[in-house]
Design a protein around this ligand. Structure first.
Ligand SMILES: [Zn+2]
Length: 72
């Protein structure tokens, strides 16, 4: 499924790997950009505090917004 990385804006596609979706670059390699790594780290930190899905969605929206602003 073609998509855009919501962190860096690069074109990627999602492939199921077991139970989770893993982003791949169009040439086939696993996509793993700095922006994504950073957000994963902050997700991990927030997990300990126990975030609700709504709060995570809000956080994701903020990342999207920041990524969009960067492009301009
Ligand atoms: Zn990316």
């Amino acid at each position: 499924m073609a998509a855009k990385c919501k962190f860096c804006g690069q074109e990627i596609f999602w492939m199921k790997d077991g139970r989770k979706n893993v982003p791949h670059e169009l040439d086939g390699g696993v996509h793993n950009c700095e922006e994504m790594k950073k957000s994963r780290e902050s997700f991990k930190k927030m997990d300990r505090g126990g975030l609700s899905p709504e709060e995570i969605a809000k956080y994701e929206a903020q990342i999207n917004e920041a990524a969009n602003k960067k492009k301009k």
